[in-house]
Write a protein that binds this ligand. Structure first.
Ligand SMILES: C[S@@+](CC[C@H](N)C(=O)[O-])C[C@H]1O[C@@H](n2cnc3c(N)ncnc32)[C@H](O)[C@@H]1O
Length: 207
């Protein structure tokens, strides 16, 4: 059954799933918006991708709501060095999230009974298009920094099927200004229009 975000039973199911999946770092509204677009893109060719997964809170939800393979991209060494475009929040610096690790991520997927993801450890900046699925239908970006956003867009954009959706977490999150700047710069010479999925999440639909 397609996900209907106006259906209270579906909202309750998502809330329960988030609680079970220990999704304490994401708001319900942002998760629902991401799951809504995951549902809207389910008949498109291509895989589901998350850039910046840490322990996989969001990607576990994606795995629960799609039959497709979920591809996870993360350094599993934390954030890379920040640039002057990334603000000066002490909460987001090189190495933040370094505690995220593959065994714990896989254990949480298994414990919650969802299909295991395909993992691509490494910094986005060091990956090539060959590291991406041949086609992509949905991207959730949660990589926090300017260079991370630019690198992920460069990797994913050419592989996104027409109609595929890119959603960026933290697009309108003041402590992480690099995400929006990178997305707007990247789209400046592209036909796709930057949109909001919620007041906090930026998105575009591939033409
Ligand atoms: C906010 S956390 C992700 C949270 C996750 N989406 C969730 O559902 O809990 C950001 C993650 O992005 C990863 N990351 C950020 N920039 C990266 C880069 N350039 N290359 C690889 N990983 C990166 C970090 O390692 C970190 O695990």
């Amino acid at each position: 059954m397609p996900l209907n975000v106006h259906n209270n039973a579906h909202r309750d199911a998502i809330l329960n799933l988030m609680t079970m999946a220990e999704c304490d770092c994401q708001s319900l509204e942002q998760a629902i918006a991401a799951l809504y677009w995951l549902g809207q893109t389910r008949d498109l060719p291509g895989a589901v991708v998350e850039f910046g997964a840490a322990f996989g809170n969001m990607s576990r939800l994606f795995s629960a709501f799609t039959d497709k393979t979920v591809h996870i991209y993360d350094s599993f060494k934390g954030l890379p060095p920040k640039t002057t475009f990334d603000g000066d929040s002490p909460n987001y610096v090189e190495g933040t999230f370094r505690e995220a690790n593959i065994p714990t991520l896989l254990d949480r997927f298994s414990r919650h009974g969802v299909k295991l993801p395909t993992l691509h450890p490494g910094f986005f900046e060091d990956l090539s298009p060959d590291d991406m699925p041949a086609a992509i239908s949905f991207v959730h970006f949660d990589g926090d920094f300017y260079t991370s956003t630019k690198a992920a867009l460069k990797l994913a954009y050419p592989r996104m099927s027409p109609g595929a959706v890119w959603i960026a977490h933290d697009y309108n999150f003041e402590p992480l200004p690099g995400v929006k700047k990178a997305m707007l710069e990247f789209l400046a010479d592209k036909p796709e229009e930057p949109l909001l999925a919620t007041p906090w999440q930026g998105m575009f639909i591939k033409l």
